[in-house]
Structures are given as structure tokens and as C-alpha cells.
Unconditional design. Structure first.
Length: 495
């Protein structure tokens, strides 16, 4: 604890964002470059080095937060990087993409703004790359065992890196043409520039991990071949089976899933396309769904030059403060949060029908209507009560040319036939069944991440990848020294 009074003398200060008018003209990350390091040591000083650090419990990775806060406050970046990477393979990802449940569990957050844990983490990760503290760590010797990891999202990459470093020969199969899963094609560039992903992938290649892109397990490589070729198989395919909106007019043209829309925008940023076929330019856009994916669509549509953008959230607008009766500290509360995309929408007034930012809260879609050519032209909605029942007399109509459905995901996509070929047992909610040790009903086949847990946060995805690696290592060798931060049945803290 470098400054015992830091939490009393230093106010919370976050990484500043670039001006809205500037950042919506490009696809660069929204934060001011270089503005984090000058403030972060003092922010780390606010950590109280609690006797019982609940931030550990709030984070499934078990990040050693007070330790690296203290090291950052002393500007010992090498040691801070070592402690951070001891529990997290990809802190540059979580430092940008995680909603920071650790901050909700910060003891200081009981009666003050929490320590900026996420910003400190990001600063350590970026400084570690700049100063060369993250060299490849190839194994000293090979085990002679082989593992196939299916999927290159955060779970698959974490599992692959851990198993490679343990000495196993690992091949990662990815059905897309580039690696990264949703981090590649689902996360917009303005939230995380893909150079961070490329840098980590190069580290993994140097360590010995093999990658097979444009290869769909089950279709291009049959399940029987995978089981014959490899000693173990890890299924980390994610939960990409999107939820539908079964209302009248859904068949109209111009209504698309968010994950049909976002990958095309990312491909424009990658140089694959000059213009997205689903570009929002000049269109009235309505996003159905109030979560992070909907916010990603919002920021993307704004940058593409939409005429207007509105976002429908079926939940009532949450309050600004935690409800201590229903969501007591240290659980992660549902409070009103203003993402960068919502801040942009508010300042640019992209949604004339909304009260504040682009969101219409407690709103449900009743039906779509189209023109004579079969293209969507209006969305009919109604306000709902706390039981999601329509409130009489609250119906209204929004003009729309493009509808984006961001309603979440129900489980792994089964189009490639891998689940059926392996004969995997499934849960009623559509996820892959497994035991406490991540093993499926098929010997040597393990399941981790959203494919088995259901859609979750990036920190849970990485924790699952690290834990399943330990389980596979034990299966192959009879023992394991790899850390297992969670079991398959662990869940976030709730009241």
C-alpha cells in the first residue's frame, strides 16, 4: 500500500475519451492516446489493500488486484506485469472489453467511486508490450501429446496458450478466415483495435501453437478424424446461435441479426470491403436489444452515417445508484451506464424519439410493416410493465429502413454437425453438457466457454479456457500444475 490515504485524497479519474465529433469520424479506439499513463499511478494509490479483497471474488480469474495496484503505484511495471499475467493470459483484451465486475466488488465502492481497476489493468498490459515484458514462453520440452482446440475466441486461445506452455502440441481450428472469434468480427474496432489481437497471436505462434483458419470442425474436418488425430479435443466454439424475434413482419427485407451486420463493418475496417452491404449510411436504424451487442451496433451505425439510430431495451431504465435491497455490494449491479456509443448518440441526438441517449426503455416490438416491395419501413412498439406485459395506450410507430436484432445467443451453432457427429449430450437450454471438470459424455472431449456455460463475459471466457486447460492436462498426464481458477459450475456472485 504505497499511499495509505490515497483513497481519501485522490478522486477517481478515468481514461478520458476523445471528443465525440472527432471519434465518430474514424474507427480508432475512443480513448485519448497516451492519456492513461500520466494518471494511473495516482489512481492505483487509491487501492486500500483490503484485508479481504472482494475484487478477487468478483473476478473469476482471481486477479491479484491489490498486488499489481501497489506495484503500479510504485511504477514497477515489470513486476506488475508478472503479477497480472500470472492469472490472465490476455489483459489487453479484458482491460478494454470487460465490464469490470471487480470494480463493483471493490471495498471502496461501498461508499465511494471504486478504484479504476480496469484502467490500471490496461495500462500494465500496454506498458508490458511497449517495454518487452511479454516475450514468447515456449515449453522447455514437449509431452508428445496432442490437443485440438475448436474455436479461437478468448476461451479457445487461453486454453491453447496454457496447454502449449505445458508442453502439449496444440492446433486451433477456426471456421472463419481470421482468428479471434467474436473479438475479431463481433467487437468493433473503436472498442478494441485488432492490432492488440494480432500481437498476442504472434506471441502464441512463436510459442508453438498451430492455427488452422477457414476450417470448420465437423464439416471440413469430421469429428471422427479429430478424435483419431488428437489425444484430446476442447470445444470452445462459443454461443453463436442467435435468438430470433417471432413477430409479424419479421420476414421483411432490411431486418438482420446483429452478427450479420457487425462482421461486415469489421471487414470494411480490415480492408476486405470498401462498403458494407448492410451499411447504415443514410438509413433510419432501430436496434432491438439493450445489451452490449446492441451498443456495438449503435456505435457502428453512427460511424457509418445513419440518418437516425434508436435502441429498444425491454427493461425499465435502471437508476444511477445500486439498489442495496436487491443487488447489495459486492454483486454486479444493474445501474444506468453510459457507454461510449450511448454518449455519442446522446450528443449527436441520433434518436429523436428517445429521452436521453438512443435508448427507449421498457419497450417491446409488436410488429414490422413494409412497403409494396417487401422492405421494412416501420416498427410498431409498446411500453411494457415490470412483468413485460404491454401497457394499454402506449403504442407508437418508428420509421425504419434497417432493423438490427441484438437479442443474445442460446448456445453453439450446430450447422457444421460437430455436436451430432460426436454424439454430445446437450442441456435443455441448448448448451453442451459437461461435468464439473469440463468433460463431456464423450471420452477425451471437453467443453468450455459460452458453448457450455452460455453467453457470458470475456473474463469468464478466459477463466474457462485456463480451467479447461488444467483439466485436459490432468487427463493427458495424470497430474497438472496449471491453474484452474473456476469449476464448470461456478457462477457470478448474486444476492
Amino acid at each position: 500500500m504505497a499511499d495509505p490515504k490515497g483513497f481519501m485524497t485522490t478522486p477517481r479519474q478515468e481514461w478520458p475519451r476523445r471528443p465525440v465529433e472527432e471519434r465518430v469520424r474514424d474507427w480508432d479506439e475512443v480513448y485519448v492516446p497516451g492519456a492513461l499513463l500520466p494518471i494511473i499511478s495516482k489512481q492505483a494509490d487509491r487501492c486500500m489493500d483490503c484485508g479481504v479483497p472482494f475484487c478477487h471474488q468478483a473476478c473469476p480469474l482471481g486477479n491479484l488486484i491489490p498486488e499489481w495496484n501497489d506495484l503500479v503505484s510504485r511504477e514497477d511495471w515489470r513486476a506488475a506485469s508478472e503479477r497480472l499475467h500470472a492469472t490472465n493470459n490476455f489483459p489487453e483484451f479484458t482491460g478494454r472489453l470487460c465490464p469490470a465486475p471487480c470494480e463493483a466488488g471493490c471495498v471502496l465502492a461501498i461508499n465511494q467511486p471504486a478504484v479504476t481497476i480496469k484502467n490500471v489493468e490496461c495500462a500494465i498490459a500496454d506498458r508490458a508490450w511497449e517495454d518487452g515484458f511479454t516475450p514468447p514462453r515456449p515449453p522447455e520440452r514437449l509431452s508428445g501429446r496432442t490437443v485440438a482446440v475448436i474455436g479461437s475466441g478468448p476461451t479457445g486461445l487461453a486454453a491453447a496458450q496454457q496447454l502449449t506452455r505445458a508442453g502439449h502440441t496444440v492446433a486451433v481450428y477456426e471456421k472463419d478466415d481470421r482468428l479471434g472469434g467474436l473479438m475479431r468480427y463481433g467487437i468493433p474496432e473503436f472498442k478494441m483495435e485488432k492490432r492488440h489481437l494480432e500481437r498476442r497471436l504472434e506471441q502464441m505462434r512463436a510459442e508453438g501453437t498451430k492455427f488452422r483458419t477457414s476450417t470448420a470442425a465437423g464439416r471440413d474436418v469430421p469429428a471422427a478424424e479429430l478424435r483419431t488425430r488428437y489425444d484430446a479435443v476442447v470445444l470452445a466454439t462459443g454461443a453463436t446461435a442467435w435468438r430470433e424475434l417471432p413477430v409479424p413482419g419479421r420476414e421483411l427485407q432490411g431486418i438482420h441479426q446483429a452478427m450479420e451486420y457487425l462482421p461486415l463493418a469489421n471487414r470494411v475496417c480490415a480492408g476486405d470491403l470498401e462498403v458494407s452491404p448492410l451499411s447504415a449510411a443514410g438509413k433510419h436504424v432501430v436496434i432491438v436489444g439493450g445489451g452490449d451487442t446492441g451498443a456495438d451496433c449503435l456505435g457502428t451505425a453512427v460511424r457509418e452515417g445513419a440518418a437516425s439510430v434508436s435502441q429498444l431495451d425491454i427493461y425499465a431504465q435502471p437508476g444511477a445508484e445500486r439498489d442495496e435491497d436487491t443487488e447489495p455490494w459486492p454483486t454486479y449491479p444493474k445501474v444506468y451506464r453510459l457507454s461510449a456509443a450511448h454518449e455519442e448518440a446522446r450528443e449527436l441526438r441520433t434518436a429523436p424519439a428517445a429521452d436521453a441517449d438512443a435508448r427507449l426503455f421498457a419497450a417491446a416490438t409488436l410488429r414490422f410493416a413494409g412497403d409494396d416491395g417487401g422492405h421494412v419501413r416501420s416498427l410498431h412498439l409498446v411500453e411494457v410493465d415490470e412483468r413485460r406485459q404491454p401497457v394499454p395506450g402506449t403504442g407508437r410507430t418508428l420509421p425504419v429502413d434497417l432493423v438490427l436484432l441484438a437479442l443474445g445467443f442460446s448456445g453453439p451453432d450446430r450447422e457444421d454437425g460437430l455436436v451430432e457427429q460426436l454424439g454430445l449430450a446437450m442441456q435443455p437450454r441448448g448448451t453442451i453438457a459437461r461435468d464439473e471438470g469440463f468433460a463431456t459424455n464423450v471420452p477425451g472431449v471437453f467443453a468450455a466457454g459460452d458453448a457450455a456455460r452460455g453467453q457470458s463475459l470475456i473474463v469468464w471466457a478466459i477463466a474457462e479456457g485456463r480451467a479447461v486447460a488444467a483439466a485436459v492436462d490432468h487427463y493427458l498426464t495424470g497430474d497438472s500444475r496449471l491453474p484452474a481458477p473456476i469449476s464448470a459450475y461456478d457462477r457470478p456472485m448474486t444476492a
